[in-house]
Write a protein that binds this ligand. Structure first.
Ligand SMILES: [Zn+2]
Length: 310
């Protein structure tokens, strides 16, 4: 492991963010720069860079045949993200974009890159969600279908592999985890695991049961990721700092325990508000902030998965 990769911390990221911000302002890129946050990056190995775009992690992999992006960050950050990618790999185009799931925080570059002819790889369920209107019952927001150019144009059901220049990328399906299209990407040579939405390390995740996620599946998806990782693996969550396998194992235990508690409450006929009032997360991750939305969605996610008569 190189020195720079060992120093991949939140502080390091913030230092680089300040630099990237100055560069962006000098370049005067895009009409959205007033609202977009600067995109910072750190090198993880050779031509592999971790970018943080609006609080979302993106991995950019360089190669003679073009750039590969694992996730694309939010739409309002697309200009800033692609400017940082262009700075890292001058003269190269993004040829491949991998979507770990359909959420707008991950698919914000799809239309731009798809229109430029990029290959967009995703689980088939992710493509399907991007072709339809989505209105989730817990919020006043409608997600319109993605324009055709931005929809995934190479889908899979199970697992696969592709080359990003000299870097091998293995990917696979996490079943129903935080959505039902969740996928991870693993770089075996560099031992980097890009988890997608099934893992966060700075906030409570969204258990998006409306599009097929559930708390039991989140715990199961993390268990699957633990089988891929070893003690040296650098695990890149969908948001937050890079974590180790031991940290992921602790998270997995936490979600498995929460799943057990919430399941018991549901079998006793309790409602989501009861689950929130019971504060099952009170001794867990105070630094992640308010867990109300997480607990509510996690509890609601049991309705479609567990029958009281089972
Ligand atoms: Zn997500």
């Amino acid at each position: 492991m190189t020195k720079i990769s060992m120093s991949l911390t939140r502080r390091n990221m913030m230092v680089r963010t300040a630099g990237a911000s100055a560069g962006l302002m000098l370049a005067g890129i895009g009409p959205r720069r007033a609202v977009a946050q600067a995109v910072g990056s750190v090198s993880m190995a050779g031509d592999i860079h971790l970018l943080q775009s609006g609080g979302v992690n993106v991995l950019a992999i360089g190669g003679a045949d073009g750039i590969t992006l694992l996730d694309g960050g939010p739409t309002e950050q697309a200009d800033a993200l692609l400017a940082e990618v262009a700075r890292l790999f001058p003269g190269h185009q993004v040829r491949t974009l991998f979507n770990t799931h359909w959420h707008p925080e991950q698919t914000g570059c799809n239309e731009r890159l798809g229109a430029q002819g990029a290959r967009i790889i995703a689980h088939e369920n992710t493509r399907l969600w991007l072709t339809t209107d989505i209105e989730r019952p817990w919020e006043q927001q409608r997600f319109a279908p993605m324009a055709k150019a931005g929809q995934p144009n190479q889908t899979f059901y199970d697992a696969g592999e592709f080359s990003a220049g000299a870097t091998a990328v293995q990917y696979g399906y996490l079943l129903q985890a935080h959505t039902d299209g969740d996928a991870y990407a693993f770089l075996p040579e560099e031992n980097i695991l890009f988890t997608g939405g099934a893992v966060t390390s700075d906030r409570w995740p969204l258990v998006d049961w409306w599009t097929g996620g559930w708390i039991g599946g989140l715990a199961a998806g993390q268990k699957q990721l633990l089988e891929i990782a070893n003690e040296q693996t650098r695990i890149v969550p969908s948001s937050g700092p890079v974590i180790t396998r031991a940290e992921l194992a602790a998270q997995q235990e936490m979600y498995a325990a929460l799943f057990g508690q919430l399941r018991q409450m549901m079998f006793k006929g309790r409602a989501p508000a009861d689950a929130v009032a019971a504060a099952p997360t009170r001794d867990m991750k105070p630094e992640w902030g308010d867990a109300t939305a997480f607990v509510s969605r996690a509890f609601e996610s049991l309705w479609g998965q567990l029958s009281p008569d089972a």
